[in-house]
Design a protein around this ligand. Structure first.
Ligand SMILES: Cc1ncc(COP(=O)(O)O)c(C=O)c1O
Length: 442
């Protein structure tokens, strides 16, 4: 039967695009129609070098055969199995493989479908964990200014990006925030972790003194904040957070949605920085961005607190229809195998110094007020146009796209996080073209 369409099938009006300037986009659409390895193909047939791994997620590059084949095979074999009270082997196999590469002590995996859901899951587990242990008053959640933890109510409540919070009402009660760690006056143009700012973790002691440790369930931070514009943890900062949370019986959650799966040159930022939290939230690189899937990874202690009471009872009243979906699980296994076979985490670590040098070669170009980097991630912060914040970086983004490179902007910060398969020549191309864009900016 013919569909009753009121408009042409390619009318752009119906799709309300996420985190997009819809009216601007629809006047001059930027459409990708294909992708392979390091490149996208646009609707008008141009090749665009992917400087952002999609949205920080396609760590192995695009349309990798092993992942594609795994998805195709799984879709034909077991498309779906109920996620509650039933299982299928591949979800268990993937969980084991995640644990294999996670820091020692992280032993259990709870599946979600996105970073936002991983965050909600971890926050709920944190509160329920304390209650299960008889500390039901521990319900407060501590986030950080400028933190990004997805877009659901828990995530925006502990998050600290004002535009993501201010129009959505009062949010979760009982939330407080650490100060952010961005101190350009002290740390601008630092390569890797900044020297100054470990003391900002001591603010947690102030928050504990204000609320009482016995009311606080968890602290959640991105070990390295990506979406707010690549803010690195000052030297010693994460260690202090770990020590203070431990001292007060507060769980520490690392949101590793961006940093997980090799971005910094180790499987997780926890290993890169040598600080192990109680829970880690992940998504994105878990399936190379190809199929929606996330996972919360917990310590044995967190998990085991729930494994009490009669065995026929559900221990945690939480989960999603698609938790551990078979096709997503198959994509996850193939993704982790691709990372391993191609040594991509090690490759990121090896390329990091070259990436750092290339990125910092942009210092001195017009409007550049800071450059930051770690692993295969980097940011170039621009001086905003007076009275028109975000416009300068957005113009750079549009011009970069015309030049054949994909970058990302947040505020007036340009962020880049290429697939870990990027070559040195492609780093030169990405940074070279960005330099041309920056030189031409008003
Ligand atoms: C640290 C962090 N947490 C959570 C999320 C949300 O993930 P999703 O968009 O898959 O919900 C993101 C997305 O960029 C992220 O960077």
């Amino acid at each position: 039967m013919a569909l009753d369409r009121k408009s042409a099938p390619n009318d752009l009006n119906a799709f309300w695009m996420p985190f997009t300037a819809n009216r601007q986009f629809k006047k001059a659409p930027r459409m990708f129609v294909a992708a392979k390895d390091m490149h996208y193909t646009t609707a008008d047939g141009r090749q665009v070098l992917d400087g952002t791994a999609g949205l920080w997620c396609c760590n192995a590059g695009h349309c990798r055969p092993k992942i594609t084949e795994a998805i195709q095979k799984q879709a034909a074999e077991l498309d779906y199995a109920p996620a509650f009270q039933m299982g299928h082997p591949i979800a268990f196999e993937l969980a084991n493989r995640i644990i294999d590469i996670a820091p020692a002590g992280m032993e259990h995996v709870f599946y979600t479908n996105s970073g936002s859901e991983s965050v909600e899951t971890a926050l709920k587990i944190a509160i329920a964990y304390h209650r299960a242990r008889g500390e039901g008053a521990r319900t407060r959640l501590i986030g950080r200014e400028r933190g990004y933890h997805g877009v659901n109510f828990g995530g925006i409540s502990v998050g600290g990006i004002v535009t993501n919070r201010k129009v959505f009402g009062p949010l979760l009660a009982g939330v407080d925030h650490l100060p952010h760690t961005h101190q350009p006056a002290l740390n601008a143009f630092t390569k890797g972790q900044p020297e100054h700012g470990a003391n900002l973790a001591d603010e947690l002691e102030r928050i504990v003194a204000l609320h009482g440790a016995e009311t606080i369930a968890a602290v959640i931070v991105e070990p390295m904040s990506g979406s707010t514009g690549v803010l690195l943890p000052p030297k010693g900062y994460l260690e202090k957070l770990r020590a203070i949370t431990k001292k007060h019986g507060i769980l520490l959650i690392f949101d590793e949605v961006i940093t997980g799966f090799g971005r910094l040159g180790s499987a997780f930022a926890a290993q890169h920085y040598g600080v192990v939290p109680d829970m880690m939230t992940t998504a994105k690189g878990l399936t190379n961005g190809v199929i929606p899937m996330g996972a919360v990874i917990t310590s044995a202690e967190v998990h085991d607190a729930f494994m009490a009471g009669p065995e026929h009872l559900i221990e945690l009243f939480h989960g999603y229809t698609y938790s551990g979906n078979p096709i997503a699980s198959a994509a996850g296994i193939a993704t982790l195998e691709t990372y391993k076979e191609e040594g991509l985490f090690e490759r990121a670590a090896e390329l990091a110094p070259y990436w750092q040098d290339a990125l910092h070669s942009l210092r001195g170009l017009p409007h550049v007020i800071d450059i930051r980097n770690e692993g295969l991630i980097g940011a170039v912060e621009l001086e905003p146009i007076a009275g028109e914040p975000t416009k300068r970086a957005f113009t750079a983004f549009l011009n970069a796209y015309e030049k054949g490179i994909l970058i990302r902007t947040t505020g007036d910060i340009i962020a880049m996080s290429p697939p870990l398969i990027i070559s040195k020549a492609e780093i030169d191309e990405l940074i070279g073209k960005l330099a041309e864009v920056l030189k031409a900016l008003a």
